[in-house]
Design a binder for this molecule. Sequence first.
Ligand code: ADP
Ligand code: MG
Length: 233
Amino acid sequence: MEKEMLRLAQLQTVGEMAAGIGHEVRNPMTTVRGFLQLMSQNTELTKYQAYFDTMLEELDRANSIISEFLSLAKNKMVNLHNLNLNDIITQLYPLLLADAMVSDKYILLELGEIPNLLLDDKEMRQLIINLVRNGLEAMEGGQSLEISTRLEAEEVILSIKDQGKGIDKSYWGKLGTPFFTTKDKGTGLGLAICYSIARRHNASIRVDSSNRGTTFEVCFKMELLEGILEFQY
Ligand code: ADP
Ligand code: MG
């Protein structure tokens, strides 16, 4: 028991250090990016355009890995408000759909009648984006993904169902472990972030997958959330 607590404390310090380094590394990267951008606009250097493009892309990729890592490492406070998941999804929909259409995929909405929950708006958006991106990345062109909400036995369920290639059973235990990825350019942080967001909302995540597709369900316990609401006022 004591050992476990010590390990957690160490992890927290390592996490904090890593977060600090992430922040510090970002500043010089911003400088480099700025000068690269400037050079890429110089007409005498047009023959290097392809190199500049790659350098800028890779810098942006490194930057987004740091962002993802920071949002995991930070010991965040949730900013809970009385919100409806359906509104958050509807607001996000044009962005998600545009993302899907780029690779000839589609997103359907099936929003049921659900009560408000205590949610952190930014974190919910992040959770939905991460799950939807994974679903889209697993699918072929012409296929579609469905985002739905429903009320089920005192729980509000957010379901993201894709028609993608599925997740091999041998990987199920690894889902949500930071840096677990099967993609060439994956970070393996997307699901880890989803799990930590769910934890902060007292929600659980269920996964079901076969070679016909994968469904991620985030289950919010209404009872608990209402309890917090009462406690606050
Ligand atoms: P990344 O997307 O960067 O690989 P994630 O944490 O988002 O990292 O996902 C980890 C791994 O879980 C993915 O590499 C993939 O193998 C698997 N995965 C997650 N969601 C899905 C999905 N909807 N369909 C198929 N595989 C998935
Ligand atoms: Mg991902």
